[in-house]
Design a protein around this ligand. Sequence first.
Ligand code: URA
Length: 465
Amino acid sequence: LRIADIIRKKRDGESLSIEEIEFFVEGVVNRSIQDAQLGAMLMAMYIRSLDSEETTYLTRAMTHSGEVLKWPAEWKGRIVDKHSTGGVGDKVSLILAPALAACGMKVPMVSGRGLSHTGGTLDKLEAIPGFTVSQSHANMIKILENVGCCIVGQTSNLVPADKIMYATRDVTSTTENIGLITSSIISKKVAESLDALVLDVKIGKGAFLKNEKDARELAQRMSLKEDKNRNDTAAATTTTTTTVAAGNGSGVQTVALLTDMNSPIGKKIGNAFEVAESIECLHGNGPNDLTDLVTRLGGQLLYKINAAESMDAAINMIASTLNDGRALAKFRAMIVAQGVQEEIADKLCRKGADVFEVLPKAKYTYEIQCAKSGHIHSIDSMNCAIVTGKLGAGRAKAGEVINFAVGIHLKKHIGDAIEKDEVAMVVHHDEDGIFPEEFAGLLKDAFVIGDRPVTHATRVLDVIT
Ligand code: URA
């Protein structure tokens, strides 16, 4: 086999065989495929799409590009995780992993970095001085034993193919593709050998998929449920999963929530800012939309594995860990176990602490005023993401160093009344000289102001079980 021939075949719209996809993934990991060839292949896959079989082959090859994790038998039934398809201001994982651990779960969360305009959990956590995303399997077991949750990255042992492909997709505009997203997410989740998984499938301006039809298709494709009658990727992916899961003697119970990603989640966007807001939420003081999303995602997962008698009870289990400090204690223990010094963890987690004594802080602020009086009906999350990305929160080249400090603090959110010229958001940035007019314009335009009051309903649009 020759990689140039495989690229040509996909470029011309033909389906790739299992051997060709395995050869490709092997070449990605052993670096026999050049960066230019990887970029070309991803673009061919993006433009021509992957059919069900190809998605299955890719998911399987990516999963087995590294080790598949094994856990102590006594954890059986409690190994769970959550994954999002990517959003703006989406810091849910930082809160939900410790909240689930506080409910007695084991959460071996394998996350990603920023992808296109969306932020990445690993980048956010690296805003905390000392936090180390690269952990061996043995360390993960130790942390899960002692704390209950860890948040780690793909490494040379753990789904290395995703690590490399993800970084290239980020800088080649090849992210928004159902097959590539499915294989990226599911390969990581299958490698974790989970009992149950909740997927947050985002729809709207700040999501990769803008309409409900595509988001539903993604949710179906990612479903790990056994459905022998379906001759599509979900069923095909099941074969992958059950093959792996059979090794552990279990399948993965999956529930997917379709959620609204038109406006930013919470009031803070940007790596350090999102850590700060996660800690507020872990103190029980999070913005309503964020807390609602965390408790509903966690609640669905706990209910799915019969850890609660009703959905309300499951949601309350998560909520109480936020209100009584148990989730915060787990977060503190997790960051210490992943390399953060006790003193820094104390400064971050103490009630009333100024977390920016520890987290990176930008040099300047720029205020965006509201153009007219009324009620905020929507805030364009894509505009916010474009500006934070250009200010340095995202990458233009693979491996680029990002600026953890820059970000946006929304002073008002959907449903709030606002006066003309009132400050709607504050941008924290490191641009020497005049703040770029283009950025100010995008942020001003992000606000849709109407005359009538509106209420900010839950972001959860549907649940697919
Ligand atoms: N999250 C991932 O891990 N992969 C994607 O492709 C998109 C979101």
